[in-house]
Structure formats: C-alpha cells, structure tokens
Design a protein around this ligand. Structure first.
Ligand SMILES: [Zn+2]
Length: 850
C-alpha cells in the first residue's frame, strides 16, 4: 500500500462511527517487548453524520499478537497507519494484544524510555504507537489502566485504584481523548504536599523526579499551589481528582504535557535552585506549571473536536497563564515580554512561507502546527475578545462555556457562540482572526482643527500563502491623549477599527494633544509609519501607559538603527539622553527599566528594514547593534555604574519578581559596562556570583565582548555533572560566537562526548541557539546553513518532531540578498530530497520552498 503523506482537511471532518464507552488497558513493561492488552467497548454512534461505513482503528509500529471481537478471534487487515475489521451491527467488545519496544523509540512519541524510566507523550497522535484505537480528540472515554513492572513507581491518569508488589491500577473517572493518556514507571522520588480546594476536598500533590533532584522541586510545587488557588478565584475552576502528579523527564520533545492528573514535564521546567536556575528559568517554570494545570479545564474537561481547533485549548490556556503570571509578577512587564515573544516568533511566522491562520484548514503532520500562531496569536485573539466585551462579560461568557460544554469536544464556533449568547454581540467579523493569516498593518494619521482632534486609522493585511486577499478585521485599538506638558487629557479608551479606514473624533481639547496609540499592545498588529524623534522622546518621558513608554524607547532605538544602516548616520545622541531620563526614574519598576535598556533583536531590525523596502544585511545589522551598544556604554557610563550599584540586591537570593527585576537591571548595566572596562567588573561578578542568574549574566557579558575563556572553563569544571546547567554553557557559546566563528564553534561543541543528539534539550541548546546568532547563522559562507541542514538530516530518522521544529530557522530565506537566498534554498532543497525523509520535516521543507 502507498505511504505517501496525505493532506488532511478541516472540511472533511465527520464524527467517528462508534462511541467508546469503556477502556481497559494492561501494560506488562519491558524495554524491548512491552505487552499492551486492551479491552475496549464500542457502541454505534447515533449521530446521523457519523461514518459507520468502515471500522478503522489507528495503530502505527505495533506488532499485533491477537485480536478478538466479543471473545472470537478475528484477523484484521493491517496497514502502516492502522487496521480495519468487520464488526457487528450493535455494540461489541474489542480486545487486542500488541507488542511495542519503548527502548527503541527515539522519536519520543508514544511510550518510550528516558534513562531507564518509562514515560509517554501522546499529544497529538502518539497513542496510536501504544495500541490500536480511534486516536482522535473527539472520541472521549473513561480509562482503567493496570501496569505490571518491578519498578517502584507506577503511574497513570486519574486516581490510584489499587497496588501491590509489581503492579498498580489507575482509574480516571473523567472521559478523555487518548491524547491525554499517560504512563510513567521508574525509580523516582516524590516531593509531596496537599491542596485543599475551596469546597474543602483535599488533593494529594506530588512532584516526582530522579533521586538527587528532589532538592530542586520546591518552586514548582509552590507555583502549582498558587495556580490551583488562582484558577478557583479568577475562573471558578476547582480541581477534580484526589491526586495530582507531576513527573520530570530528561528526554522530552516539548515543554510539558497536560495529561489528566499526570502532567509530564521536561525536567528544565520543573527543577530549580538558586545555584542552577536563572530568574528567567523560575519565571518560565511558574508559567508552564500553571499552563499545564489550567488545561485541566481548558483542554481536558472541554477539549478540541479535531486538531484544527488546537487554538481552542492552547490560545485560551496561554492567555490564562499570561494573566496568572501578570498577577503573580508585574502585569506591565509581562505584557512587554509577551509582545517581544509574539513579534519575534509569530510576526516572523506570519511574514514568511509558514504563515497560517490561528485555525489552519489543512495539514500533513499536525505536529508541525504547534506554532507561535496557534499558541501566542491564539492567546492574543482571546485577549482582544476580552477587551471588546469587557471584564464582566468575559467572565460570564467563560462561565457559560464551562457550563455548556463540560465533557465535550468542541469548536471555535462553539467558543464564539458563548460570547454571542452572553453579550448579544455579532462576532462573525471577529471570527476572521481565526481564519485569516498574516499580521494586520495599521497606519494612523492625525488632524487638529479648532479644538477637534481627528485620528484616522487604516488597516491592511499583506497576502499570505493561499490567501492573496484579506478582508478587514475587528481591531481594538486602545488610545489615550496627552497634553503638551505631558499630562493625560483623555484616558485610555478602546477604538474599534472594523473597516478599512475609520476616523475617530475627540472634541473639546484646549490644545493639540499627542496620541498614545495601541496602548498595552491591545491588538497583535504592526503600527506603520514613523513618529518624529521628539514625539518618541516625549512619549518615553511622559506616557502613562507603561507598554507604550517602553515602546517609545524601542521605536527610538529602531529609528537610530535604521538611520545608521540606511544613511550611514552616527548614532543620534538623543536616544541615549532620552534613555538616561527613563533609567534615572526611580519610581519605575527596575524590570521595566531593564527592558528599556535592551535593544531590539537583530532579527527585529532585519524585518523592520525589509518591511520598509530595504534588503537586510545580517553583518551590517550586527555591526550597527554592536556600535550602538558601544555608544550607549560610553554615553551612559557613570549612570550605569551608579544604577548597577544601587540595584545589586542585598541578602540571600529569592526568585521573586522584585529581586529578579533588580538583578535584570543590574545585569543589563553590567553588559554595557563590560564594553568599556576591559571586562573587569564582569570577571569579578562571575567569580563572586552566588546564583545562576548573576553567573550567566556575567559570563554572557564577557563572551559578548570576546572574553571569558577562563570563565567558560571554570563553569564547565563546576557544572560538568549537571545536564540542565551545561545546556546553558552550550547555548551561551553559540549565541556569543563571533559571526565568522559561529559554525566552527558549533562543530567543536557537537564533537564533544557530552553532546547527545538523542536528548532534545542538548540538541536545541546548540542547534536551536544557532539562529539566535543571526550574523553567525547567516554568515555569507553558508557554513551555518550547511551545518544546520546536515544535522537536521541526521536527526530526522531519530526524532522527526524536533528536526521539523528546528527547520523553521530557514523560513526567512526570501527576505535575504540573492547570495544568501541561493545558499538557503539549496539547503532546503537538499533536505527535501533526502531519501526516507519524515512526514514532519518533509512537510516543513516543502512549505518553505513553495
Ligand atoms: Zn498547552
């Protein structure tokens, strides 16, 4: 039979022909020959749309030992993707026994082994690597699981139903799709705690890790308890099982997975101590622990009808974890961080060949759609909905969503309908946010006459693959007006831009105001046009909206960089002066000031130039960024020393937002100081650092200025035994290699004995970091492209998911000069022509070449 990759279309969805009413699984674990026995009860699906022409169960890489229907042996027809068999008209019991080899599973999808421990990853389509099953999210059932093994810890979803020597039984009372199934078995140590829900039920919490790692679980446990409380208070959601387990795994393709009652985490998102984790790690752990926990309602109790609706659970859950982090830390700082990520990852995606709507309409490999568009833009769409309907209606709509759809697998239409039913608002135009790809551009023009101020907003969205023409979207644009002295004369209000062009009028103003547009980044759009230097400096000094104050500083930096790159201008001193005023303002959150001191990324500048019709040159961009940093270091000299001294926290390290903000500002100053003091301060800081945040910051400052050899060796000596810390050591060297040496640095790192390509964290620490050094990756020799392509081709047979994900580094090839375009294209073509290429990487390469 043919195994050519097929395209799957949203329009083709039909309900499965049978309902699954009961699932019983027995696992007899063995690394090379695990036996999985299943007993699954099927009933005909009464839905008139259900397709009962053929009984098909997914199954890939399974050795079928036996199959029975109602106790009678049957011989199904087996293909590479599953089996078909004739079934009775009414309900029946399907029983099968299959054999799988977890130790040989390097793709880390289905049941696999990670350093002696069994674990599973089933989203999106991993369960079909475990047993034959209708592996689709709209088939929901209760699972009973029995695990037989000599390993001391045996876990699955739900509540523990019984255990004895060599076995354990689990029962999950909540119907769920197979992608939420999980199994873990190993020699693990638990950190335990309890949580009492608001209705008074006690939940047993456990974080299970390898022996020795249990000293690093406290922050994850604390984050979990805060997330559980927050979801009760903010969304009225209570936990629904007697136990909640989190397991840390070394080898994991993604961040973490929300399996019902048994979340499985990449170890780097659980384990933290001041000596081994940075402030950024702590913040990420807090947000991902919350994210996976929040899925218990938005994803698990209410799931997706099909994988096209992935944004339904991910967009909403990302939005919820962003709200949580904003509440735990600083909402303004969190909003800026989220906007930076969105622009780096999602705007980039929208601007290239991989652009797709928040709800895609077709895919070859669903793993390729766990994207910034589905997750981060999906969250922005939820945020806009909240802005448009208001706080109270948002909460009322969510209450209705949980009430109406609990236990169901639903669609974006169902989601929007609860808002329509709650508010009476017609959301048909708003729904375009889910179907139209691309980042809308908004331009603003102002007009002032006799006390009347007119703001005219225009929108247009450039074409994206398969979508040449775009219709206008509903864009909430938050606007405030400032008077000439900097006082706010009109507080923030939300203008709804729904047509191609609209004018909004403000009356009764004493003098011409300065508008502050898109406050709080109220929509994921690009504001086009360039304000004057004076306007940007004015907003940086006076805007009452923290986001737009930061944005004004960033616009200033962009403006200066563009002038340096297009007109060979020397850096305008006005930038440093405006920045100095902002940095000196002690009323401002240090974290916000640290963000203001950071320049836009080199990729940002490249896209910025490209958007204004200038072909970006990665070398020139790198030199301009370096030159501007040198100028800032000179101009701000004394102020940087002063702020760094004032910000260096006294007392022991605590991973809270206040301490993190002070360290971020102190270390941003240190990075600039290192450019003018010969590395003295950073060397001292490295030697005396008592926590990983300061250690890494000092090392990065040294490496960025071509120093730090001795410190790199010291770091390696201290941490060679710790995989997670050493990942940082690998990444730092790739990020800060001189452009001409980047490829050679990577080659040196991957030739080390501790470079293990089977470990996704280590592979990403090197190859995921390479595009983060744009001038190095895009070196005109093409060495960076060749090296990445070589290793993606090597990784693909072992781990297609991770290979496909990292291939996205090639997606910007059309924005570069002819020479680099040719080099990148050739590498993509080479990947594409590799015999036996996976569906994952094959689809990515084909889309990028199309
Ligand atoms: Zn998620």
């Amino acid at each position: 039979m043919s195994d050519a990759p097929q395209t799957i279309h949203l329009a083709d969805w039909r309900p499965f022909g049978w309902l699954v009413t009961d699932v019983r699984l027995t696992f007899t674990l063995s690394p090379d020959a695990t036996r999985v026995r299943s007993a699954i009860r099927f009933e005909p699906n009464p839905d008139p749309q259900a397709d009962r022409t053929r009984f098909f169960l997914h199954g890939e890489g399974l050795r079928l030992i036996s199959a029975r229907i109602d106790g009678v042996a049957v011989a199904p027809a087996i293909t590479a993707h599953g089996l078909t068999v004739a079934v009775p008209d009414g309900g029946f019991l399907w029983e099968s026994e299959v054999e799988i080899a977890p130790a040989e599973n390097t793709a880390l999808e289905g049941l696999y082994m990670s350093r002696g421990m069994y674990c599973s990853q089933c989203e999106a389509e991993g369960f079909r690597h475990i047993t034959f099953y209708p592996d689709r999210p709209d088939v929901m059932a209760q699972f009973h699981v029995r695990i037989e093994s000599d390993l001391p810890v045996l876990l699955s979803n739900g509540n523990l139903a019984g255990q004895g020597p060599g076995w354990a039984e689990w029962h999950d009372p909540w119907p769920k799709p197979a992608y939420l199934f999980a199994l873990v078995a190993g020699d693990l140590v638990a950190t335990r705690d309890t949580f009492t829900t608001r209705s008074g039920r006690e939940v047993a919490l456990a974080i299970l890790v390898r022996p020795g790692d249990e000293t690093r679980t406290a922050y994850a446990m604390d984050s979990l308890k805060r997330a559980m409380r927050w979801d009760e208070e903010e969304y009225g959601r209570e936990y629904d099982l007697d136990m909640f387990n989190i397991v840390a795994v070394d080898d994991f393709n993604m961040g973490a997975m929300e399996n019902k009652g048994l979340n499985i985490f990449n170890a780097r998102l659980v384990l933290a101590s001041p000596e081994t984790a940075t402030d950024a790690d702590y913040e990420r752990i807090e947000s991902v622990i919350a994210h996976e926990y929040f899925h218990n309602w938005t994803g698990n109790r209410i799931t997706c009808r099909d994988w096209f609706q992935l944004c339904l659970k991910e967009g909403l859950t990302v939005f919820r974890d962003q709200q949580f982090s904003g509440d735990m830390r600083s909402a303004a700082v969190k909003r800026i961080e989220d906007a930076i990520v969105l622009r780096n990852r999602q705007f980039r995606e929208d601007a290239g060949p991989l652009a797709h709507p928040v709800r895609p309409e077709s895919f070859v490999e669903i793993n390729n759609f766990y994207t910034a568009t589905v997750y981060e833009k999906g969250a922005e769409v939820v945020g806009m909905l909240k802005t448009l309907v208001g706080e109270d209606s948002y909460r009322a709509s969510l209450d209705l969503y949980f009430k109406r759809h609990d236990g169901q697998a639903v669609t974006i239409e169902d989601w929007l309908r609860v808002f329509e039913d709650t508010t009476g608002r017609d959301l048909s135009q708003f729904a375009r946010w889910y179907s139209q790809a691309g980042t809308p551009r908004v331009t603003v023009t102002e007009d002032w006459e006799n006390g009347t101020f007119n703001l005219t907003l225009r929108q247009h969205t450039p074409p994206t693959p398969g979508q040449p023409k775009k219709a206008p979207q509903v864009i909430p644009v938050a606007v405030g007006l400032l008077g000439p002295n900097g006082d706010e004369v009109v507080p923030t209000q939300v203008l709804e831009l729904a047509e191609d062009e609209q004018t909004f009028t403000f009356e009764g103003l004493a003098s011409r105001p300065v508008p502050s547009v898109l406050r709080g980044f109220s929509a994921p759009v690009i504001l086009e046009g360039d304000a004057s230097l004076e306007r940007m400096a004015f907003l940086l000094a006076h805007d009452t909206d923290p986001f737009n104050r930061w944005q004004a500083g960033r616009d200033l930096a962009r403006h200066v960089l563009r002038a340096m790159l297009t007109r060979d201008a020397t850096p305008d001193p006005a930038y440093g002066q405006a920045l100095a005023g902002f940095l000196r303002d002690d009323r401002l959150d240090p974290a916000l000031r640290a963000l203001a001191l950071a320049l836009p990324g080199e990729e940002d500048t490249a896209r910025d130039l490209y958007n204004t019709g200038v072909p970006p040159d990665p070398d020139a961009i790198h030199r301009a960024h370096e030159a501007l940093r040198d100028v800032l270091a000179q101009d701000l000299g004394a102020l940087l020393l002063q702020i760094r001294a004032a910000m260096t926290p006294a007392g022991p390290y605590a991973p809270d937002a206040a301490g993190a903000g002070r360290r971020a500002l102190a270390n941003a100053c240190l990075a600039l100081i290192t450019r003018v003091d010969g590395g003295k301060a950073a060397s001292v800081a490295f030697a005396s650092a008592s926590n990983m945040t300061d250690k890494v910051a000092a090392l990065a400052a040294l490496l960025a200025t071509g120093r730090g050899e001795a410190e790199l060796s010291a770091f390696e000596r201290d941490w060679a035994h710790d995989r997670l810390v050493m990942d940082k050591w690998f990444t730092l060297q790739v990020h800060h290699a001189a452009p001409v040496a980047a490829a050679a640095t990577v080659e040196r790192l991957v030739s080390r004995a501790d470079f293990d390509m089977r470990n996704p964290n280590r592979f990403r620490a090197v190859f995921g970091a390479l595009p983060g050094n744009p001038a190095g990756f895009h070196h005109a020799s093409g060495a960076g492209y060749r090296l990445l392509a070589d290793w993606l081709i090597r990784l693909d047979p072992l781990n297609p998911q991770t290979a496909a994900r990292l291939s996205q580094a090639f997606d910007g090839w059309r924005r570069l000069d002819a020479g680099r375009q040719g080099l990148m294209r050739a590498e993509l073509a080479r990947i594409s022509a590799t015999p036996g290429l996976s569906r994952d990487l094959g689809e990515m390469a084909a889309r990028m070449l199309a």
